[in-house]
Structure formats: C-alpha cells, structure tokens
Design a protein around this ligand. Structure first.
Ligand SMILES: [Zn+2]
Length: 157
C-alpha cells in the first residue's frame, strides 16, 4: 500500500523546493525528486533549484492516493472499513461465479471488521490471489437444493 501524505499541508498558491515539500509531507527528499523525475509532477520551468507548484503537487498527491486505492496487489482486497488494501483472514477466500467468465472473490478482512470482495475474471483468479486458498462455489450448486457436505468429510488445512 502506497504511503499516504498529508496533501492538505500544501498551499495551492505557493511553490516549494524539494526540501520544503519533503519537510511538509514527512517524505524523503529523494522520494519527492522521484515524483519530479518521473515527469508526472510538473515544476516551474527549467530553473534550479527545482520549484514545485503547490496546486500541481496537491493534485498529484490526490491522484496518487486514488490510484493506490484502486490498484490492489496480489491477494489484496480493498476494505471499506479499514480504508485500505487488506489480506483476507486465514488467507482464505470464496469464489462466487456471477457469470460464465467472472465472479466475486469474497473473504473476511484480516482486520476482522467484515467481508471484503473484489470482482475478478475466472481465468484471472490465480493471478489475483496466488497465495490464497480459494473455495470455488459452483453456481449450479447454489441453484439446486442445498446439499451440505457432512463435517467429517471436510479436508482440514
Ligand atoms: Zn478491514
């Protein structure tokens, strides 16, 4: 999960040096230089030292945060309650088919506050959750009368 920086400390009508930004955000100066060098954070012309435009920096931090929310790593789910990417408790999830090719991975948040889920294509389940034990819930089984596996037949671990 990407670190969250306090964007509100940046004034939009000001410009800042890399060091000032680093201080205000509690970021490493090298991190801030990386944002500039990546070309995604505009600066004031060609002058040195580099001056970062407050308004651009704020917008950049917000975009960055939004992206971090949406982009989940392997085995991660976005938890609304934790407001972040979380792994499932016990590294277990259920796959619930919703169509021929896609479905939901549903799991209990490791934070314990509730269920988390993400929509995945069926052929991408292994890529999205390489280390989780996935219980595939068959769509057909749900439509039929529930037939429960006796507890003694369940494999452990
Ligand atoms: Zn949670």
């Amino acid at each position: 999960m990407a670190k969250r920086y306090p964007a509100h400390r940046i004034k939009i009508h000001r410009s800042y040096t890399v060091e000032e930004v680093a201080l205000l955000l509690g970021a490493h100066a090298q991190t801030v230089r990386g944002w500039v060098q990546s070309g995604t954070l505009p600066v004031c012309g060609e002058q040195r030292p580099i001056l970062i435009i407050g308004a651009e920096l704020r917008a950049y931090l917000v975009r960055r945060q939004e992206r971090a929310k949406r982009r989940l790593g392997p085995d991660e789910f976005y938890c609304l309650k934790c407001r972040g990417a979380r792994r499932p408790a016990g590294m277990m999830a259920d796959y619930e088919p919703q169509s021929q090719s896609a479905g939901r991975l549903v799991a209990l948040c490791e934070g314990g506050e509730g269920l988390v889920h993400r929509i995945v294509r069926e052929d991408k389940v292994a890529a999205a959750a390489p280390n989780l034990s996935i219980m595939h819930k068959s769509r057909a089984a749900e439509l039929e009368a529930p037939s429960r596996v006796p507890p003694e037949c369940k494999a452990e671990g």
